[in-house]
Design a binder for this molecule. Structure first.
Ligand SMILES: [Mg+2]
Length: 376
């Protein structure tokens, strides 16, 4: 079989703003909407789709600085394109917002390449597993007891064997309520579910140690960002003092940041909408493998499916309530969650299983009725 690439003809951005059903809150932040910046690339009669959870400014950055580095390049040469994009943002800083913009483009680029090859992305990357384990995630600090119960019931019904709630309420100023909510989670989830918590950097180091010792007694197995993920010494210290795993990494932009964080965590979290798309995620995941650490996909469950299936040392992907709600409103073809896992295409090519990504690429296309949330 001879296959040829095709030049990328167009780069287009669309912004959406999805209001939350009510304000959502964690230990250190409160939000009322989630902004999606989507990118489409066209080549050879196919359209690739990518997106990032970011700010509308990422779309401006793509239009101004990145589109020119992408147009005209061979749609097969994602690696060269990634480097060109990285070079194009040198002077404004190539992390944070710029890397979120590059992430959306990289995702769209791989989707486009897979479509030109008429192959599913999960098969292009190659798979280690046919289903990707997820954990239920949400448990915002401002949920009522009844709302938390409803959320946990949904995760149980989907077969989740691990569940995570937010703690560190109001920058760690209400630890008694934090611990009450963890005990409540155990009651709701039952004895066999792995309990996880995320403080979003809300505690001081001493607080995190004291809370962590109690979490150990409660059987919590995952303590995410007990202190700021910029406090590498603090994370490393807690890792040696607590029985539970210490996890962080959701703000990692590139391999340099992943390499710095790795010695301080038991599991490296990576968000492909922030760390350079599929390309950046796989590169950072390799760094974790070389340090004998597991990786976990942060948020964006539908996008993580293809790469999470491709690495041997995956722990799980975060089935984040906000994104689990939003992604089916944004796109058709989200991989369904059943038996506690994202179910991938079975490779039969029958194409008769809606939502399992049997079409080439990542299998997702923008829903026309998502226009109602479009802002730009
Ligand atoms: Mg987190």
């Amino acid at each position: 079989m001879t296959v040829q690439g095709a030049p990328i003809e167009s780069v287009e951005t669309v912004c959406y703003r999805f209001p939350t059903e009510q304000p959502e809150e964690d230990g250190t932040f409160r939000w009322q909407a989630t902004t999606v910046v989507a990118v489409t690339l066209t080549a050879g009669g196919r359209t690739g789709l990518g997106w990032t959870y970011s700010a509308a400014a990422a779309a401006g950055l793509i239009d101004e600085l990145l589109a020119g580095a992408v147009r005209g390049r061979n749609a097969f040469d994602v690696a060269a394109g990634w480097s060109a994009m990285h070079r194009a943002v040198r002077n404004i800083g190539n992390r944070g917002l710029a890397m979120q913009a590059i992430s959306a483009l990289d995702i769209a680029w791989w989707d486009l390449k897979a479509q030109l090859l008429d192959v599913r992305l999960v098969d292009l990357f190659g798979r280690c597993r046919d289903a990707v384990p997820v954990y239920g995630s949400g448990g915002f600090t401002n949920l009522s007891d009844e709302q938390l119960a409803t959320q946990v019931a949904g995760w149980s019904a989907a077969g989740c064997r691990a569940m995570k709630i937010k703690i560190g309420e109001h920058w760690g100023t209400d630890p008694d309520r934090d611990l009450r909510r963890v005990r409540r989670l155990r009651e709701l989830a039952g004895p066999d579910v792995q309990l996880m918590v995320d403080a979003n950097g809300g505690y001081s180091i001493g607080q995190a140690r004291r809370i962590g010792q109690l979490l150990d007694e409660y059987g919590v197995i995952w303590f995410e960002e007990p202190v700021s993920s910029d406090d590498l010494a603090g994370l490393a210290e807690l890792r040696t003092q607590l029985r539970c795993d210490v996890a962080a990494g959701e703000y990692v932009s590139d391999g340099y940041e992943a390499a710095r964080l790795l010695p301080a965590v038991d599991c490296l979290q990576l968000d492909l909408t922030r760390c350079g798309g599929y390309t950046g995620w796989l590169r950072a995941a390799d760094l974790a493998l070389a340090q004998n650490r597991e990786v976990s996909g942060h948020c964006a469950p539908s996008l993580h499916a293809a790469v999470a299936a491709a690495v041997p040392h995956l722990r799980h992907v975060e089935w984040f309530a906000d994104h689990a709600r939003l992604e089916p409103l944004l796109v058709d073809g989200c991989p369904p969650v059943a038996d506690g896992a994202l179910q991938l295409a079975d490779g039969s090519g029958r194409g008769d299983r809606p939502g399992t990504g049997e079409r080439p690429g990542h299998g997702m296309t923008l829903r026309p009725d998502a226009e109602r949330w479009r802002t730009g």
